[in-house]
Design a protein around this ligand. Structure first.
Ligand code: ADQ
Length: 477
């Protein structure tokens, strides 16, 4: 373990806990699972927004970190989270799939909230910790923390893409955000593309830096290490889920419901980056061109409600629901089930695993996605259940604009979701692979996920931060 027993202070937008009824529990998110073993081994701390509840406990059973809540008023959440983070940075970092809003009031709140998080992190009473800051809500926090703790070891990881400098440069606060990130000792991205975009942005906006290899050297003598570390999943957890009794029961019900139909599955947060509208357009074309599929094929879209306080997300939901209704109206055959099943909800993990096992084709077609963990979950579950009776391997249909594309390019059916006609053709092609081919493709993709699971990602990230720090110590002040 690269921390060598040093304390770890995670700084993220949200605390890793949620309340159900009266009880507090660790949240189900991937980052919480990933960090559970680490925080059990060291003195772990987590700084994050309290979610509007002033009574968050200091500790929660099942997650061995001290919690350090940051409070925000409803107005601050509107401006920092819904506003600047999700209506300015999110669309800009996802290649302008929506128009980013530039609002100076939001920016001022974003700055103030980053200061509040940095103050809370600096106030954690620990000796010589490693700080690990996460994601686009906190791009200014590394430099703010550096102001407060000049000798601290600070890492940052970005969970979404980093845009090319031509797009980043449109942001009125481009320079401030780059300087904010450069306060870290090490900055991690999912892919080499995003890392390069960041370095190109830095070169373009800061004439006083030099770049050698993956290091950015600053005029004050500090150096910042940049790295590509693709995030992953807990493979053992999903392998066990794949064959759990509850999953088998759920699967038996689903198989009955979808008997005699080929199933294509989509699982996403309802977000305009995920390409759900283009996917539905391609389904419409597929059902137009191949009438026999109207009664022998089903497309299931599971969409988790997301950011429904934001106008673009409410509009997206309306459009998706209109399109589903339109497809039903056009293609449902009397005496037969509808060809598209749309579930607007979060589903428990065993049900999710059952859907992954049911799918003949998993359609992951984002217009842009930092990584996409659903792809890794699908191949892992499919492979873990390979010896179960009736488990026929499925096909991964994957957008070239996901971080996951780099890992699965040889074994997934790759697609460009912007080209609806070719997307429909890829969907049709995905239904044609023979069983042995499908099985070996899934096995190779699952092996690659196993090789780099989420615990390996944590180790690589923390190793990168501590390496950067060691290099600093060798050079001296
Ligand atoms: P997300 O955009 O949320 O994450 P993704 O990586 O696919 O995208 O993770 C979604 C998670 O939610 C998966 O673990 C999935 O199982 C779960 N999920 C999706 N639909 C669900 C449903 N209906 N019910 C229950 N669970 C559901 C951001 C970035 C990604 C990056 C991750 C991690 O946008 O690109 O991969 O962070 O860094």
């Amino acid at each position: 373990m690269s921390l060598d027993g040093r304390p770890l202070v995670v700084v993220a937008n949200r605390l890793p806990v949620s309340k159900s009824g009266d009880a507090w529990r660790p949240s189900a998110g991937g980052l919480v699972t990933a960090l559970r073993p680490v925080v059990e081994q060291v003195d772990g701390h987590w700084v994050g927004w309290d979610g509007g509840d002033p009574n968050v406990p200091k500790r929660v059973d099942g997650f061995a970190a001290d919690l350090h809540p940051v409070a925000m008023t409803a107005e601050e959440v509107d401006d920092h989270y819904y506003g600047f983070s999700n209506r300015t940075l999110w669309p800009l970092f996802h290649d302008l799939l929506a128009e980013p809003v530039f609002d100076r009031e939001w920016w001022r709140t974003y700055e103030r909230m980053n200061i509040r998080f940095a103050d809370a992190a600096a106030a954690v009473e620990v000796d010589d910790p490693v700080y690990w800051v996460h994601d686009y809500h906190l791009l200014l926090a590394p430099a703010l923390l550096r102001d407060r703790k000049p000798d601290a070891t600070i890492g940052f990881f970005l969970h979404i893409p980093f845009p090319p400098p031509e797009l980043m440069g449109r942001l009125p606060w481009n320079d401030e955000l780059l300087d904010g990130l450069l306060g870290a000792d090490a900055i991690g991205f999912h892919t080499e593309w995003y890392r390069e975009n960041f370095v190109r942005s830095v070169r373009r906006s800061r004439r006083d830096v030099t770049v050698s290899g993956d290091m950015v050297h600053l005029p004050d003598g500090r150096s910042v290490r940049t790295a590509a570390h693709p995030i992953s999943i807990d493979v053992d957890e999903f392998s066990a889920l794949a064959v759990a009794d509850e999953t088998e029961q759920e699967l038996a019900e689903l198989r009955e419901q979808f008997a005699n139909r080929k199933v294509m599955l989509g699982v996403d947060r309802l977000d305009y980056t995920k390409g759900i509208r283009h996917r539905l357009q391609a389904i419409e074309r597929l059902l137009t061109d191949r009438p026999e599929l109207r009664t022998s094929f089903a497309f299931i879209q599971i969409a988790v409600p997301s950011r429904d306080d934001v106008e673009e997300y409410r509009d997206l939901r309306e459009q998706v629901e209109y399109m589903v209704g339109h497809i039903h109206g056009r293609f449902t055959e009397p005496g037969h089930d509808v060809p598209v099943h749309y579930l607007y909800r979060s589903v428990p993990k065993t049900r999710l695993a059952a859907y992954y096992r049911l799918a003949d084709v998993m359609a992951i077609t984002p217009l842009k996605d930092g990584m996409n963990l659903v792809a890794k979950e699908f191949v892992t579950v499919q492979d873990a259940a390979r010896d179960r009776p009736d488990q026929d391997a499925g096909v991964l249909l994957l957008s070239e604009f996901t971080g996951a594309a780099l890992e699965f390019v040889d074994d997934a059916v790759m697609c460009n979701p912007f080209d609806v006609q070719s997307l429909a053709a890829r969907m049709a092609q995905s239904l044609t692979f023979d069983a042995d081919d499908r099985r070996s493709r899934i096995a190779r993709m699952a092996a690659s996920v196993r090789e780099g699971d989420v615990f390996a990602w944590v180790n690589e990230e923390l190793e990168s931060v501590t390496m950067a720090e060691r290099a600093r110590a060798e050079v001296g002040p």
